[in-house]
Design a protein around this ligand. Structure first.
Ligand code: S3P
Length: 417
């Protein structure tokens, strides 16, 4: 499996503001992380090896980016835009941040409002601060901020701004989300204190360049591990994936659905727990996925919905309204596309109800330009009888360019038109 997307972004961004050199190994080579690298270069950061799995970042030692007159193009990447906004909040010049049609529909208010409270000026379209974003940073004051939604991107943006504030910045999240920023900030030498669902960072931090070995991406592995779970004779092992507890709730859900999940060779890599994970398929049963667990399976919900279609009984996904503001409206899109394959699915405002035991039939479906939708539908296609065509599937390059090849190596017949 390729390197983890969330951790790759963070390694480049923290490396950029650290003192000295950061070497990032097993860095994800995919469009989203390339967007982060491109924006950093626009801001005057030198990076070597971009486009390969080993990237060397020459840190500028603090809020020392150069102003960029051109818009910073974040492509499809919400993580790039939100985390970069946190860092740019400390830079006393104007920046424009933009992205593709999907990113321009995604709300930045969750970042813009706290950053303004800290002293930055931020403008966006409508009350939700849709991109393009225009902002001007400067001297920041620390804040205590309760996030209205559990979002690792919003939490991270505030913590990154907090690095440059005078005092302690505290973020409280309504449910635990991925904690890679907290872990990596500690590795780079910042003072970070985690207490339950609050995280504090001490400002005026001095970060030192590090060697980061990025674990492999559990959310990319999830497509194959979930696919294997739904096929009685299948067995798939993903080696060296992050088993950070904020990312692996899908493995517990697969167990609950009736699959066998074996975690072996647990070790630590750059402050993150990693392991080799094997899933053996079985007859699955429907489950309920709701509440505080949602942020910890948010990226796996499309593929979990796909396999729920062939499980025995009903699967209910609730409290997942965040899915509507991802790279696409993943509730509406998964409901409509799974239906084309013969699944029985009801749409809810905050999730869906999947009536299992469907006999899926191959069909022509649409990715809506959303990488995780494309891959989830490919897995649904494996579970269907006959051929499935996923249109506009190039978007897998956003997080996992080798997805079709890996799928083929596991025995599926795959052609990319
Ligand atoms: C990410 C956080 C999640 C996730 C996204 C990556 C991150 O988004 O869906 O794919 O790297 O912090 P939110 O924090 O907006 O929920």
């Amino acid at each position: 499996m390729p390197g983890d997307k969330s951790i790759s972004h963070r390694a480049l961004l923290l490396g950029a503001i650290a003192d000295g050199t950061t070497v990032v190994e097993n860095c994800l080579v995919a469009d989203d992380v390339l967007s982060t690298a491109r924006c950093l270069r626009q801001l005057g950061v030198n990076l070597d090896g971009v486009g390969t799995t080993t990237v060397v970042v020459h840190g500028v030692g603090g809020a020392n980016f150069f102003p960029c007159k051109e818009p910073l193009d974040c492509g499809n990447s919400g993580t790039t835009m939100r985390l970069l906004m946190g860092i740019l909040a400390a830079h006393p010049f104007e920046s424009w941040l933009t992205g593709d049609a999907s990113l321009q529909k995604r709300p930045m208010d969750r970042v813009a409002i706290p950053l303004q409270r800290m002293g930055a000026k931020v403008e966006g379209r409508t009350g939700r601060y849709l991109p393009p974003i225009r902002m001007r940073g400067g001297k920041l004051r620390p804040i205590e901020w309760a996030l209205p939604v559990a979002s690792a991107q919003a939490k991270s943006a505030i913590l990154l701004a907090g690095l440059f504030a005078d005092g302690v910045t505290l973020v409280y999240e309504p449910a635990p989300s991925r904690d890679h920023t907290e872990r990596m900030l500690k590795a780079f030498g910042a003072e970070v204190v985690v207490q339950g669902q609050s995280v504090a960072v001490v400002g005026r931090a001095k970060l030192r360049g590090q060697k980061i070995v990025v674990p492999s991406d559990p959310s990319s592995a999830a497509f194959f591990l979930c696919g294997a779970a739904a096929m009685p004779d299948a067995e798939v092992t993903a080696e060296g994936i992050s088993i950070n507890p904020t990312r692996t709730a899908f493995l517990s859900l697969l167990r609950q659905m009736g699959a066998t999940v074996i975690v072996q060779n647990e070790r630590e890599q750059s402050g993150e727990p990693v392991a080799d994970v094997t899933v053996k398929g079985g007859k699955l049963k429907g489950i309920t996925i709701a509440g505080n667990l949602i942020p910890q399976v948010i990226d796996e919900l499309p593929v979990l919905a796909a396999i729920a279609a062939v499980a025995d009984g009903v699967t209910v996904i609730r409290n997942a309204e965040e899915l509507r503001v991802k790279e696409s409206d993943r509730i509406a899109v998964m409901v409509s596309e799974l239906r084309k394959l013969g699944a029985k699915v009801d749409e809810l405002p905050d999730g869906m109800v999947i009536h299992g035991e469907a006999k899926l039939r191959g069909a022509e479906v649409e990715s809506h330009g959303d990488h995780r939708v494309a891959m989830a539908l490919a897995i649904a296609g494996l579970l269907a009888e006959g051929e499935t065509i996923v249109n506009d599937a190039d978007c897998v390059a956003i997080s996992f360019p080798q997805f079709p090849q890996v799928l083929a190596s596991l025995g599926a017949e795959v052609t990319m038109a």
